[in-house]
Each structure stands twice: as structure tokens, then as C-alpha cells.
Design a protein around this ligand. Structure first.
Ligand code: NAP
Length: 266
């Protein structure tokens, strides 16, 4: 089996990575940065986001596993004290693969520019370059609302515990194939109206955002922020691709939610 690492880059994560790497090589596993079967992310959930984007072109051939060197994570669930156990598990046990849905983002441009396509593991957000974001929101091809406010966030189920949660979105179990649309400070008064609640769309529904006047936007894809000019539309839906996690022991999602946000005590 071929393996690779991504690390947060701090001394603790790097030391841990070197230790795991020598142990895996002793088990005759092959270090291959370009075509790994398993990618071990050492750091936090943010590090796993980087790992995902680094290997997003080979998602069907790669499984991810995360070790956290800071606080408990959603994607990084192994602790430094357990790395020997994890190394043996990687080397010796056929692992179970758990798949989580991803968000597909297609940005189309005015004047016939070539469209761009992205995959997000957590979410994509849209903001105006300056001032209030004004966009028409279409759901499944029908006009839904004209949004005015700070921005919109479209998240995956596993990203629902990240930015989406801070915006008052629901936490979705990652076995649900859906995307969630949440508002950032919408303007609501007697003239301007938005639904105000987070929306959860099934995998066969598309959410399309269309500019009303200003066609330039700041669009994030997980940790990446990009300026897109002359945008005609931004299309969101559940992607056909999925991220695969190597699972060596049960780690229930709701336990992770509780341990992260409520208490890790019994
Ligand atoms: P960052 O600003 O350095 O870290 C953002 C925090 O979000 C980190 O504590 C990270 O955990 C945590 N996180 C990432 N994915 C998560 C998930 N699925 N569930 C729960 N927590 C999660 O940025 P970054 O490390 O480059 O990560 C980018 C992410 O930051 C974005 O995808 C967005 O979700 C999140 N973000 C959140 C807010 C907010 O909550 N107000 C605002 C902007 C962006 P680790 O410490 O384990 O890495």
C-alpha cells in the first residue's frame, strides 16, 4: 500500500509525521506523494481540507485519515498517543471506507468565458467585493428570492459543523446527501425579503445564484478565497464525487458533535 502525508507544518505535527513515516516504512509500506492509496493528515480539520484539495483529482483512489495535534476534530479523530495503534491498523488491517458528500460549485462567466468547477469539502461562500451582496437565488430552476445582505454560505453535511454552524445553520449527519444554504446577515424590512431560515436541498436539487447588477464576487471554496469577475451564475449541487475516509474503529458523528461543542466528559 502507498501512503502520503500532509501536515499543519508546526514542530509537533512534523515530528509526529516523521515518526509515523519511519514506522510505516518498517512495515514495508511505500511512501508515494503523487499516487497514495491513503493520505494521513497530521494537524487539524484545516489540515485535512488542504489534503483534500491536494488530492481532489484522485478521490476515488485515495482514502483519508486524520490525526489531530490540537483540539479534537471532525475530520482528524486520532490523537498523538494512538499513532502506534494507527500505524499497525494501516499496515495490517483492511479498513472500512466511509464516504461523505461533497459540494460541486460551477461558476459561469459573462461574454462566454470558460466555466470553472470546484469541489468543496466544507463549504463555499459568496460575498460582494464591496458593500452589500445582491443576488437572485433560484432553486431547481425557479426564482426563489432576491437576497440582499453580507453573503451566502452553501455547505456540505460534514462542513455543517464549521462556518455553517456559526451562521445558525443546522448540523447535518454526513450520511445525508444534501447541501445547506445559510444567510449571512440578510436585510429584511418592508421592502426587502428573504426566507431567513437555512435551506437544506436534496441531491437532485440545484441552487443557482445570479448577479443583479454588480458581476464581481469574492467566492470561497473551503480555505481558498478567489475573486471572480464578470460572473453570470454560480451553481451549487451535491457533487457526484465523494470523499473517502479510512475508518479503523467506530467514531459516531453525534459523539464527535457532543465532544466538540458540549463536553468531552461523561
Ligand atoms: P481557520 O480560520 O484557521 O480555522 C477555522 C476553524 O474551523 C478551525 O478551528 C478548524 O479546525 C475548524 N474547522 C474546519 N473544518 C471544520 C469542520 N468541518 N467542522 C468543525 N470545525 C471545522 O481556517 P482553515 O483551517 O483554513 O479552515 C477553513 C474553514 O474555516 C472554512 O472551511 C470554514 O468552515 C471555517 N471558517 C469558520 C468561520 C466561523 O466559524 N465563523 C469563519 C470563517 C471560516 P482545526 O483547528 O482543527 O483546523
Amino acid at each position: 500500500m502507498k501512503f502520503a502525508f500532509t501536515t499543519k507544518g508546526d514542530p509537533k505535527s512534523n515530528t509526529l509525521m516523521h515518526k509515523m513515516r519511519s514506522q510505516l516504512l518498517e512495515f514495508d509500506l511505500i511512501y508515494d506523494e503523487d499516487q497514495p492509496d491513503i493520505v494521513i493528515s497530521v494537524g487539524g480539520d484545516g489540515t485535512l481540507l488542504y489534503a483534500f484539495h491536494r488530492y481532489s483529482s484522485r478521490l476515488d483512489k485515495t482514502a483519508f485519515v486524520g490525526v489531530h495535534t490540537g483540539h479534537l476534530g471532525f475530520y482528524a479523530d486520532w490523537v498523538p498517543d494512538e499513532i502506534e495503534k494507527l500505524v499497525i491498523a494501516i499496515a495490517k488491517t483492511p479498513y472500512q471506507v466511509i464516504e461523505y458528500p461533497l459540494l460541486e460549485v460551477i461558476i459561469r462567466y459573462q461574454h462566454g468565458g470558460k466555466e470553472t468547477r470546484y469541489l468543496a469539502l466544507n463549504e463555499s461562500t459568496v460575498r460582494a467585493v464591496e458593500g452589500t451582496l445582491v443576488m437572485d437565488v433560484e432553486i431547481r430552476g425557479d426564482h426563489f428570492e432576491r437576497f440582499r445582505g453580507d453573503g451566502l454560505c452553501i455547505s456540505t453535511p460534514s462542513g455543517s459543523t464549521a462556518y455553517n454552524k456559526a451562521l445558525g445553520g443546522a448540523i447535518l449527519h454526513p450520511s445525508i446527501s444534501a447541501i445547506q444554504v445559510t444567510e449571512m446577515a440578510s436585510i429584511n424590512n418592508r421592502i426587502f425579503r428573504t426566507v431567513g431560515s437555512p435551506l437544506i436541498l436534496p441531491s437532485h436539487h440545484t441552487c443557482m445564484l445570479k448577479p443583479v447588477n454588480e458581476p464581481d464576487f469574492q467566492i470561497t471554496i473551503d480555505h481558498l478565497t478567489l475573486l471572480h469577475k464578470d460572473v453570470k451564475s454560480i451553481q451549487y449541487r451535491v457533487a457526484d464525487e465523494k470523499i473517502r475516509f479510512a475508518r479503523f474503529r467506530p467514531f459516531p458523528f453525534w459523539k464527535r458533535v457532543r465532544d466538540s461543542f458540549i463536553s468531552d466528559k461523561n
